[in-house]
Design a binder for this molecule. Structure first.
Ligand SMILES: [Fe+2]
Ligand SMILES: [Fe+2]
Length: 284
């Protein structure tokens, strides 16, 4: 197995999330922990094993230095969407939902519920940070749950037992409740494990309203928006904006529809929406 690509498909992570957090009112088959027995589940487990081993404080600092200068490419939103579509792995056609379809379905579900247009736009773009794959980044540094580094890893994080291989767990700067942070210092001060959320936040931070930026930056932070394991690091503004992160999450997880939206027909609407908020070329 290629340790950079334990998953057959990036979507395997998102499909796994649906098992951990099944749609309310839909029957949950079994406890998630007793439900990881298929070959695909074994790959997801391996994915988290590697993720939790390597996402250390120093690793995050090095990735921030590498990517947050945003000097790699200039792309329009549509260029980035087109690229994401090439990531689809067709070895597994039965569960395929390509990235553009996921983004359109998320955005359309938000639009149908009558939310503000910037919320709809957030649905469309929230996963564009996966263009990190353009630069050959390993899957475990692009997708997966995110969580703070530089302080104790919560046992509410999925597969938290795998943190025993993370170097920070024996580093006394990082292995206490607050680590390098202070109580209620605010998440903006907190380094998150590296992936598509943090990266896209930096690409978008000058253009969108604050709730949209929170949704982008923390949509994979399940240990907080579902488990509330890191409230001790959050300030008042974080708590207020996490209401939006929580509002966004069901659209991300549960918006798959049997008949995929017609990307061509929807394109003019989304072109206008993109142009209302974002420059034609974005720095990635
Ligand atoms: Fe995502
Ligand atoms: Fe998503």
């Amino acid at each position: 197995m290629d340790s950079n690509k334990p998953l057959k498909d990036l979507d395997d992570w998102e499909n796994d999330l649906l098992k951990r957090y099944p749609e309310p009112n839909k029957k949950q088959k079994e406890d998630y922990r007793n439900y990881n027995d298929s070959p695909r589940d074994a790959l997801v487990r391996e994915f988290y094993r590697i993720n939790h081993q390597f996402q250390s404080y120093d690793f995050v600092v090095s990735k921030q230095e590498e990517f947050l200068s945003l000097d790699k490419r200039k792309m329009s939103v549509w260029d980035a969407l087109d690229y994401l579509n090439t990531l689809v792995d067709d070895s597994d056609p039965d569960i395929e939902l390509d990235q553009l379809q996921h983004l359109l379905q998320t955005a359309e579900a938000i639009r149908q519920d009558g939310h503000p247009d910037w919320f709809v736009l957030t649905g469309l773009i929230h996963d564009l940070g996966k263009v990190l794959c353009l630069y050959g980044e390993p899957q475990w540094a692009v997708v997966g749950d995110t969580y703070p580094v530089g302080c104790q890893f919560s046992n509410k994080i999925v597969y938290s037992e795998f943190f025993d291989q993370n170097p920070d767990i024996s580093d006394e700067r990082y292995n206490t409740k607050f680590g390098v942070y202070t109580e209620n210092c605010g998440l903006d001060q907190v380094k998150m494990s590296w992936g598509h959320d943090e990266y896209l936040y930096h690409v978008m931070k000058d253009y969108l309203p604050k709730p949209a930026l929170y949704m982008i930056r923390y949509h994979s932070f399940y240990a907080q928006h579902r488990e509330e394991a890191y409230s001790h690091l959050m300030n008042k503004e974080d708590h207020e904006n996490f209401e939006w992160v929580k509002k966004f999450n069901p659209y991300d997880l549960y918006s798959k529809v049997p008949v995929p939206p017609d990307a061509k027909a929807l394109r003019p609407y989304y072109e206008d929406l993109i142009a209302k908020y974002l420059p034609n070329q974005l720095l990635f």
